[in-house]
Design a binder for this molecule. Sequence first.
Ligand SMILES: [Zn+2]
Ligand SMILES: [Zn+2]
Length: 252
Amino acid sequence: MKLTVIGCAGSFPAPDTPCSAYLVEAGGYRLLIDFGTGSLGELQRHLDPHLLDAIVITHLHPDHFFDTCGYAVMRRYSPGEQQDPIPLYGPVGVSDRIVAAYGGQGELCNPSLRDVYDFRELHSGSFELGPLTITVEQVAHPVETYGMRVEHAGSSLAYSSDTGPCEALETLAAHCDVLLAEASYLEGRENPKDVHLTGKEAGDYATKTGAARLLLTHLVEPWGSKSATLAEARAAYTGPVELVEPGQVYEF
Ligand SMILES: [Zn+2]
Ligand SMILES: [Zn+2]
């Protein structure tokens, strides 16, 4: 399995990274997980975006889905043959939210965007996506949000999406090869409950689940600290841990 970090900024783009988007490639299949603000630009450095096979949106916060709008324009109007609608998974109401964000009522084409996206709603449990086995569970965030586990040929990736501490994360990340965990907050502050993890909490989950590797993401730089987040995680987890950056590739 190959994981390419497309964007990893929390909440809004940073000068050096778009918001959340991760390209997962395995068995010839190309899955994009989240499609946050600015990520369609970085994605083009790594892949012709027309070649994506499916998209999973973990929740309907703008930093995880807004570039589905630009991508709709790209798929609809690029020269060449019209592609079939691409499967796009998301929480209940995903189609309405993307259509509202796109706001294309005045367009000549289908305002429902169903010529571009084959919308499918997520429900807790497992399903097959090409050669990948996907498991999603609701995590602790103010809107319906799914953490994920992606498996292929004995390799596994767990992704927290945005979440506070929750049991679902333990199930999803059990003995995974890579735990891609958000670490938006720092310890010692009055962090709201059920929104995000601290670096320490991400490290604790990596230890508790026996994850082989921990990747930290979704830092909100002006309010946090890369070095402090990394130090918190390292104190809680003795395995390999690092902060991700756009363009970084991990194969496992
Ligand atoms: Zn977010
Ligand atoms: Zn969020």
